[in-house]
Design a protein around this ligand. Structure first.
Ligand SMILES: *Cc1c(COP(=O)(O)O)cnc(C)c1O
Length: 231
């Protein structure tokens, strides 16, 4: 798997998008989404200098976390979080991106081992307006962020979104613009959020144009996943 080659291509795309937006590429963090990638693929990525990995499926992730114990990996949980998974997630991850309800944040807070630094957290927002999409509604974001800010063991970092696929959008920047505006509103209320977790393999350019500073990239780094249709 030519991870180093793919990483260079993605970094070139990030650099070009940042240049077009007048932004510093050093301010854009790259999360390698390694769901379904065998642990050997993560080792190759580590050798290429990648440190942050994103996983959706808990059992699969726990196996990789155990296999790579001692390596300098930062683990991000990026999928939806069910109540019965919070203890393992609180114990083993550095970041969570899929929090859309206070109850999940409360459980993560209670279950975060005191010996570990606070769990970094992004609130997931549904910016596409479809009932089926995950994430809280835009008008719930401020209240949810306020409630999470008071919880021990957590550090609220920002907002995350997974918009409808680009092909369906007439204005590809619109969902990312909405997330940025929501972050600005929450910050204007005095909450110190610093992270916009948005942008994937097919839409990192419009995400960067709207201020993304944590990209979640899978396919463009590791190749197409089994079961994922060709574009
Ligand atoms: C799978 C996944 C990604 C990566 O998507 P690609 O299109 O493969 O880059 C990013 N974020 C979330 C939440 C995902 O589930």
């Amino acid at each position: 798997m030519p991870f180093a080659h793919n990483l260079a291509s993605v970094r070139a795309r990030i650099a070009a998008a940042c240049a077009a937006a007048g932004r510093d590429p050093a301010a854009v963090e790259l999360l390698a989404v390694s769901k379904t990638v065998p642990v050997e693929g993560l080792r190759e990525a580590l050798r290429a200098g990648q440190r942050a990995f994103g996983e959706n499926y808990l059992q699969e992730a726990l196996g990789k976390i155990a296999a790579l114990a001692g390596e300098p990996v930062q683990w991000h949980h990026i999928g939806a979080i069910q109540s019965n998974k919070t203890a393992d997630i609180a114990a083993h991850f550095d970041w969570v991106h899929g929090v859309e309800r206070l109850k999940i944040a409360q459980r993560l807070s209670e279950q975060r081992p005191p010996a570990r630094p606070p769990l970094n957290l992004c609130v997931q927002v549904n910016v596409s307006g479809e009932a089926s999409k995950a994430g809280c509604q835009p008008d719930q974001v401020l209240a949810l962020c306020r409630a999470i800010t008071g919880l021990p063991g957590l550090r609220l970092r920002g907002l995350m979104t997974l918009p409808a696929p680009l092909a369906q959008a007439s204005d590809p920047r619109a969902p990312f613009r909405l997330l940025r505006q929501l972050l600005e509103q929450v910050r204007a209320e005095g909450l110190a959020l610093d992270t916009l977790s948005m942008g994937m393999s097919d839409d990192l350019e419009p995400a960067i144009a709207e201020g993304a500073n944590l990209l979640r990239i899978g396919t463009a780094l590791f190749g197409r996943r089994a079961g994922k249709p060709a574009p």
